[in-house]
Design a protein around this ligand. Structure first.
Ligand code: NAP
Length: 339
C-alpha cells in the first residue's frame, strides 16, 4: 500500500521509527517539527534518499500555525508528538495542556484536510494507573486520574479520552485508534534520547550507584512503529475505535540488570547489583526531580498485556531481553555509553 502519511513529531524516538518503516514500505511522509532550522538537517541526514518523499513542516502543538499545510494531501495521520520529560514538571499543565490541545488540534486539521485515518500514540499511562491493588491490565482498562496520578500519566489519559470524545462527536466517519506503548526500549539512532532510553543508559554508564525497588513493562520501538503501520494499513472495521497496547512483560530493574550482565558481560561491572533502600529513594525525591517518578513506582507491579494487539494486528513482539541488548549496543555504537 502507498499513500501519504503525516507523522507528527518526526524528531522523536518513536516518530522517527514510524517514518523509517513507512518510508521503507513506499509511503510519502509529511512530518512536523517544532523548529525546522534545527531539525531538518538531522532528519535529512537520517533519510538521505527520501528526497521529495519526505516533507518537513514547522508546527507546534500549541499553535494552529503550520498544521493545515502539514495535513494537505495526507491519507492518514500518526499523531506521535507529545511532551515526554524525564522530570516531573512543577505545573502539570506544562504536560496536560499541550498533550490534550495538541491532539485536538491535530484531529481538527486532519478532519478539515479530509484525512481518513488517525492513529494516536497514547500510552499504557492511559491504561494502568490510579487503580489500587490491581496488577494486570489490558486494552479494556483505563487509568483513573481521580486517584491522583503524576502529570505525565494524566496528560496521556486526558489526551486519549479527549481524542475519542472529539471523534465521536465531530468525525464519526474517521477511522480512529490508539497505540498504547509501555516503556519503549530498542535501538537508538542518535544522542537525542527519549526518557525511556535514559533509564537503560543510566543503568549501564555507572551513574546509578544502586537499583531502586521498581520495575516497568517493556516493549520495543520497532514493535511500536509496526503497530502504527499496521493500524494504518488494516481494514477499517478491524481497527476503528481500537486500543493497541504494545507490551511484552513486566521486569523489575534488578531483572533488567541481570539480563544486561548476561547478554553484555562487558558491562557487568558497571550495572549496579546493590539495591537502593526505599527510604533513600524517598529522601532523594525531595531534592532530585527525576526521583519523584521513581518514588511513586516503588514496589508497584503493572503487567500490561499486548496479546490483543498481537492478535488483531497479526504480529509477534520482540523478546524484551533482546530489546534491552539492542538498546545498549546502539548506545555504545553512537558513543553514548562507553564500555
Ligand atoms: P521523544 O523522543 O521525546 O519525542 C517527543 C516528540 O514530541 C518530539 O518529536 C518532540 O518534538 C515532540 N513534541 C513535544 N512537545 C511538542 C510540542 N509542544 N509541539 C510539537 N511537538 C512536540 O519521545 P518518544 O519516546 O518518541 O515519545 C513519543 C510519543 O510516545 C509520546 O506521545 C509519548 O507520550 C509516547 N510514549 C512513549 C513511551 C516511551 O517509553 N518512550 C511510552 C509510551 C508512550 P521536539 O523535537 O521539537 O522536542
Amino acid at each position: 500500500m502507498t499513500g501519504t502519511v503525516l507523522v507528527t513529531g518526526g524528531t522523536g524516538y518513536i516518530g522517527g521509527e514510524v517514518i523509517d518503516q513507512l518510508l521503507a514500505k513506499g509511503y510519502s511522509i509529511h512530518t512536523t517539527v517544532r523548529n525546522t532550522e534545527k531539525s531538518e538537517p538531522r532528519l535529512r541526514e537520517r533519510w538521505p534518499d527520501a528526497g521529495d518523499r519526505l516533507k518537513i513542516f514547522q508546527a507546534d502543538l500549541m499553535s494552529d500555525k503550520g498544521w493545515a499545510k502539514a495535513n494537505e494531501g495526507c491519507d492518514a495521520v500518526a499523531h506521535v508528538a507529545s511532551p515526554f520529560p524525564l522530570a516531573v514538571p512543577k505545573n502539570k499543565d506544562e504536560l496536560v495542556v499541550p498533550a490534550r490541545e495538541g491532539t485536538l488540534r491535530a484531529l481538527r486539521f486532519a478532519k478539515d484536510a479530509g484525512v481518513q485515518r488517525f492513529v494516536q500514540t497514547s500510552s499504557a499511562a492511559a491504561i494502568a494507573y490510579g487503580q489500587r491493588h490491581k496488577n494486570n491490565f489490558d486494552h479494556t482498562d483505563w487509568t483513573n486520574i481521580e486517584a491522583g496520578v503524576p502529570p505525565y500519566i494524566e496528560s496521556k489519559t486526558v489526551a486519549e479520552r479527549a481524542a475519542r470524545d472529539w471523534v465521536a462527536e465531530n468525525a464519526p466517519e474517521m477511522v480512529f485508534c490508539s497505540v498504547n506503548p509501555v516503556a519503549v526500549f530498542g535501538p537508538v539512532v542518535n544522542d537525542d534520547l527519549s526518557t525511556s532510553i535514559e533509564m537503560v543508559k543510566q543503568m549501564c554508564d555507572g551513574s546509578i550507584p544502586a537499583i531502586p525497588n521498581m520495575g516497568i513493562s517493556v516493549c520495543d520501538v520497532r514493535d511500536v512503529a509496526e503497530a502504527h503501520v499496521r493500524a494504518i494499513e488494516a481494514p477499517a472495521d478491524k481497527v476503528r475505535g481500537e486500543r493497541f497496547p504494545t507490551a511484552t512483560r513486566f521486569m523489575w530493574m534488578t531483572e533488567m540488570g541481570d539480563a544486561i550482565r548476561t547478554r553484555a558481560p562487558e558491562f557487568a561491572a558497571k550495572v549496579p547489583t546493590r539495591k537502593m533502600p526505599d527510604w533513600v529513594v524517598k529522601l532523594l525525591a525531595m531534592f532530585v526531580p527525576t526521583m519523584k517518578q521513581v518514588k511513586s513506582e516503588l514496589g508497584n507491579v503493572r503487567e500490561v498485556s499486548g496479546a490483543h494487539t498481537e492478535d488483531v494486528l497479526g504480529f509477534k513482539f520482540i523478546d524484551p531481553e533482546q530489546s534491552l541488548e539492542d538498546t545498549l549496543r546502539s548506545l555504545v555504537e553512537h558513543g553514548i555509553v562507553k564500555v
